[in-house]
Write a protein that binds this ligand. Sequence first.
Ligand SMILES: [Fe+2]
Length: 347
Amino acid sequence: MFASPLAFPTQLPPHIKRTVDGPAFDAKKHLALTFPERIETLADFGYSAEVQARTPSPVAITSPFRVLSDEGVAALDGVLQDLKADQTVSTGKRLSVFLRGGVYRSKFLRDLVRSPEFVEHLSTIAGTPLAPHPVGQFQAYVNYAPEDPKKAVDNWHVDSLGFDAVMMVNDPKKLKGGRFQYFRGTHQEAAALVGAKDEQQLTQGWTNDLPAERVVSAEFPGAGYAFFMQGDFVFHRAGQLEEPGDRITVVPGYIARDLRFPDRTKTLGMQAWGDPQVLTEVARHAAWLGREKLALLLERADFNSSSDRLAIAENLEGAVADVLRIAREMREAAAGRIVGQTPTKQQ
Ligand SMILES: [Fe+2]
């Protein structure tokens, strides 16, 4: 049994004062889905069998593939140009200019990243069923280019969630620089190269130069193309532009519906984010995990089930383990015991 996706909240967060809905999303009109030509696997990156067992997907990262039709690109660009007025400029080491809570601000953006056609397509690429991430702000992360081209669009990092796509909204041929790059290697290698103590610290922005022969630059063939990755296993960055340009990327985020695998959402680090809705989103994420795992338990518990008390206790504890872990993290954060986090950092 796979987890059912979490419904979108019925209310918008109160700090969202303006929405730019855009045209009605129509998958037939706005999508032009193709498959990637190449897939690099976690094994190609050097991840051990033990690490690979943490995820139902073998994919590390794909080559770019087409997602949006020309009409889709025009509609999305229109929405995001308008929403640019609501961007946030980061003072941290991570994203320089980004949009908070994009899915709450535009129905077009929300319906695009949550569209069953797109989610199913990405699930086919991943080799496991995916759902829009329960944390709303992960569902459509939007990065804008900083006005100062000397600033990187985003420094080296791993993501705080398992699955995401990076979609180029503008024509990359009109841009100089600003290329998406990734390190072909493991967490341990990346951490050793930049001086991070662990994988958690890799979510912070790192400005180090990495050995050129280990770095791959992704080439987007055009606007509306994306690549897909397990972003918490791939150390990546959006490099600096060589001259000012309009570079907008949308990063839709997903979660595996196969709950036999651990939740890789970095819920502890997220507690330090400045987004006003983040605590509600983390609570919803925890409650969704608990609800779905309890539902699975209910489905399996019949009168022929094991009468081994310890096994039953273990199953019950397992079903609510994420809820209790995230509640503990909330208490840690409330007591000010989260260290090494930058409040403005994101995905
Ligand atoms: Fe990222």
